[in-house]
Design a protein around this ligand. Structure first.
Ligand code: URA
Length: 494
């Protein structure tokens, strides 16, 4: 058995010289015991009969070009097996130059895993190194000095040092790690392979950084899975912001709602110009598109009632033209007015949630509103929802009727009294009509239920739970109607 002990701290040349010597002496991978200094075994020396590596030989080895960067990366890995794996690959490449293309080969697959791990560690180092400024001695005018502590998994400091030199070239810095350190003083980049001691780096700049971090944290962009994948917990202990993260995550939903409430204010300034232009337009000659897309396009310019003057845009229905079920709400709310799509705000969330719980796919429904413009009263910066009056609903019925003509749904679900009125012209109490499928023109069925925003307004928690449950039951009934079809539903309801 040949033995070789390498310093083994990410130095490719060190391994390459030894490997060349073995290769030129035709020593097989099985005959070599690769160790690195610091590895427990090497402290106790080698066993009797072990031989030193052959000296002097340095065959020039012809390997595929992909092997060199792979080996340069793998050599930074901290696993002791990296040297023997690389030599095995080198040996086998002599017999089969295409070896690296066989991803399922156990040696190649192991090598790719190691390569990935080193690359990931390098990426984490660029993301999670946090410099702290060190005070300059009194009266000394010099460049600002910074220090950072980082704990990499592998021997990557030399590999990444040039990156930090380029990025932080106008300051002096030291990056200390238990696997070596790097230092830049504006002229020379130095690296050391010795393990550094962790310096005490907590100071008042942490507080600044934490405040900054908490302020730029955007709860609406929170993706916890991606965040924990990108920022594994093992790095947290050296990040001053780390202990803020659980609290920020916990409060994210509440903050999103708060941001939403603040964001959903006045339409953008240019809408006033559009609205002014629309107001001065002559009354339209109603078009009559024969496709849903055409109808939607025409509705964009609707001036049938004054609501278009203040709303941001027409919010038309959406969903498949072949939908069997059409759901009709009241009118777009604040969020819908800005987004241009129905049921995307808080009421839409309730709607989506209950659909999910009852197993109805929203994409299978055509979802629209009785009135296509947002009616509101401006209070300060807030736009407070106002119920459309009967005249507005009647005018907007022109669009709803065209939508029904084109979609030809078998079942229409009216959510709330406004939708019920738009569809039936009845001003009955909603509770009298709720939950009973009723026949409509064209052989279709009407099913009346409450509007989801009603559920959001119930102050009493216990009642809220009960009303949510009733709404769920209504939607389960809708689901059953979807399954049996309206003809049988007519029989059921008779
Ligand atoms: N309420 C509605 O009636 N429709 C929407 O699109 C949103 C809220």
């Amino acid at each position: 058995m040949y033995r070789v002990a390498l310093e083994g701290r990410g130095d490719f040349n060190e391994w390459r010289d030894a490997a060349r010597a073995f290769l030129s002496a035709n020593v097989t991978p099985q005959e070599i015991d690769w160790r690195f200094q610091g590895e427990e075994k090497s402290l106790f020396g080698f066993e009797e009969g072990d031989r030193l590596p052959p000296s002097g030989g340095s065959a020039s080895v012809n390997v595929p070009s992909a092997f060199i960067p792979l080996a340069q990366t793998i050599i930074c890995h901290s696993a002791p097996e990296r040297f023997s794996l690389l030599y095995r690959l080198l040996w086998r490449l002599g017999q089969d130059r295409a070896l690296l293309q066989f991803k399922s080969d156990p040696d190649v697959s192991e090598a790719r895993k190691m390569e990935k791990s080193v690359r990931r560690d390098s990426h984490k180092m660029t993301a999670f190194v946090r410099f702290k400024e060190l005070p300059l001695p009194e009266g000394v005018a010099a460049r600002r000095r910074f220090i950072a502590w980082f704990e990499p998994d592998h021997f990557i400091v030399e590999r990444k040092a040039a990156f930090f030199q380029r990025r932080f070239t106008d300051m002096d810095w030291v990056i200390a790690t238990p696997k070596g350190s790097a230092r830049w003083d504006g002229k020379t980049l130095q690296t050391s392979r010795l393990a550094a001691e962790q310096p005490d780096l907590s100071d008042e700049t942490d507080e600044l950084w934490r405040t900054y971090y908490a302020n730029i944290f955007n709860p609406a962009r929170l993706k916890i899975k991606a965040m924990t994948a990108e920022m594994p917990k093992k790095y947290w202990k050296n990040l001053p912001e780390a202990d803020l993260i659980p609290g920020l995550i916990l409060n994210a939903e509440a903050r999103v709602l708060e941001m939403g409430a603040k964001a959903a204010t006045e339409p953008q300034l240019f809408h006033h110009r559009i609205q002014a232009a629309a107001e001065s337009r002559p009354a339209p000659v109603l078009p009559d598109a024969d496709t849903l897309e055409g109808l939607k396009h025409e509705a964009k310019g609707c001036t049938l009632c004054p609501l278009h003057c203040k709303a941001t845009q027409t919010v038309f229905g959406e969903g498949p033209v072949s939908a069997d079920v059409m759901v009709v709400g009241e009118q777009p709310g604040d969020f819908e007015d800005l987004a241009g799509r129905p049921f995307v705000g808080p009421a839409g969330k309730v709607f989506d949630q209950v659909l999910g719980e009852t197993g109805i796919e929203r994409q299978s429904l055509y979802v629209t509103n009785a009135v296509k413009h947002f009616k509101y009263e401006a209070r300060g910066k807030k736009r407070i929802h106002q119920r459309p009056d009967a005249g507005e609903v009647q005018r907007c019925r022109w669009w709803l009727t065209r939508e029904i003509d084109l979609v030809q749904p078998k079942l229409i679900v009216a959510m709330g009294a406004t939708a019920m009125f738009a569809l039936t012209d009845l001003k009955e109490k909603l509770s009298d009509m709720r939950g009973r499928p009723m026949p409509m023109d064209g052989g279709r069925m009407l099913f009346v239920t409450v509007h989801p925003s009603y559920l959001l307004r119930i102050p009493d928690e216990q009642r809220k739970v009960e009303e949510f449950q009733r709404f769920r039951e209504d939607m389960q009934a809708v689901r059953r109607l979807m399954e049996v079809g309206p003809a049988s539903a007519a029989v059921l309801s008779a």
